[in-house]
Design a protein around this ligand. Sequence first.
Ligand code: NFE
Ligand code: MG
Length: 519
Amino acid sequence: MGRIIIDPITRIEGHLKVEAVTENGVIKEARSTGTLFRGIEVILQGRDPRDAQRYVQRICGVCPTSHSTAATLNLDSAFGIADQIPENGRLLRNLILGAAHIADHILHFYHLCALDYVDVTKVASYQGNNSALNSVKDFIERGELGPFVPRYEGDYRLSDEANQQAVAHYVEAFNMRRKGQEMLSIFGGKMPHNCAIMPGGVTEVPTVDKIASFLWRLNELRDFIDNVYLPDVLAVAGAYSDYFEVGKGCGNLLSFGSFDLDVKETDLLKRDRLLKQGRLSADLKLEPVDTDKITEQVRHSWYSESNNGRHPSEGQTTPEPEKAGAYSWIKSPRYDGKVYEVGPLARMAVTYASGDPKVKAMVDGVLSHFNAQPGALFSVLGRHAARALYTKLIADTMPEWLLQLKPGEPVCADYEIPEESTGMGLVDAARGALGHWIEIKEGKIANYQCVVPSTWNLCPRDEQGQPGPVEQALEGTRIRDESNPFEIVRIIRSFDPCIACAVHLVTPKGKDLGKFRVC
Ligand code: NFE
Ligand code: MG
């Protein structure tokens, strides 16, 4: 029996600890612990409902745009105006959210994840004129290696040339992220925390100048996605193809869909969206989503048992940091009592299963490139490939939306704030299915609950003892060297965790965190 504790897991967003018990080098039991309390839901109580869009964005610096979208869809439904959003408003919301997702996925692959597969230190021997590589080499020579080390030493397999090229792309990707954020800011006002997405539509108006300024950045990003990002993901997948067999997870996938193609349908689960809504299991049979079947369990989370098993519309956030048997600030969302993974893999697989020809061609292309079956998608590499293909899909669709904008036409519908109402906002955030629920009483927020993608993926066990998706993905994994468990961080990072989003102060006072290791 061995015990591996990694705390904190670096190169993710937020504060995550993972503990794994091994037997004969294989993980028998894994525990995922969110070590941070959030509490935005508590802060929102008693406020003007329109504050929700502003406040929820402060949950996270990475995905505020997704939270503003979910909050706004939530308010649209509570205000009874979901089907009144003008076309310009719908299109601009899609363009702002799409820009955020492109920047976010490029960030994830290059700056959070690639270093598990690419050895930056090899650049020390570089002899050439590439300025990006020479600046990295300067850092290495000065011994300034953060954020590249400390690290677990991976089994780096790329050739020296491919490795150097990947490091040059790591540097170029900073520029690309900036372009994505600029694009977002053209219509969103600023990043982080856009101020344009609002109930009824958006506050920003399209002009020919803004459309042109957005489009040239988008064209550069599309070029980067096609000629750098996708080839790099394929190169990593080629060199590490055994990771199509590693990190399978729970086998159930859930998507709320994203990017409204019209707003006539007020039920967001039936609305025509670019990425489709649905659930899938390993047999890839598409099933509908019924949000009545979603509950959040807290048996192993530091919340009062009175919060347990509630539907999010009646959810409560009552911290209980000394609770016996609990080991995380993350709650455990369940669908019909079952564990579900969310994220780019889920939404691409659901859209694939819905028969979408574009997505089918993209996914089949990658599967045949690796001579793989759809089952291989349930893996570390399946998640990276799905994220890259999704990035391409939205970037390739955005020019159509841009060209449909009509300068001079309305961007926002009028509304009144009801005294009493309820609402629900569902969207696939970059990291997966995101749901916001609101209850309004006397014109103020009586209750607000967010069930967030990383809550689904990084949750602890539930009352039946079923481990969460990341826990399941870790269990059964062979660890070659328990003092250097790089397999664990590769699996965890494939989910792109965001613990700031997932949790609801700090580690409870006096709790022994055991061994610390920075990886
Ligand atoms: Ni903070 Fe988030 C996204 C949301 S949580 S990153 O995307 O919602 O996983
Ligand atoms: Mg919550």
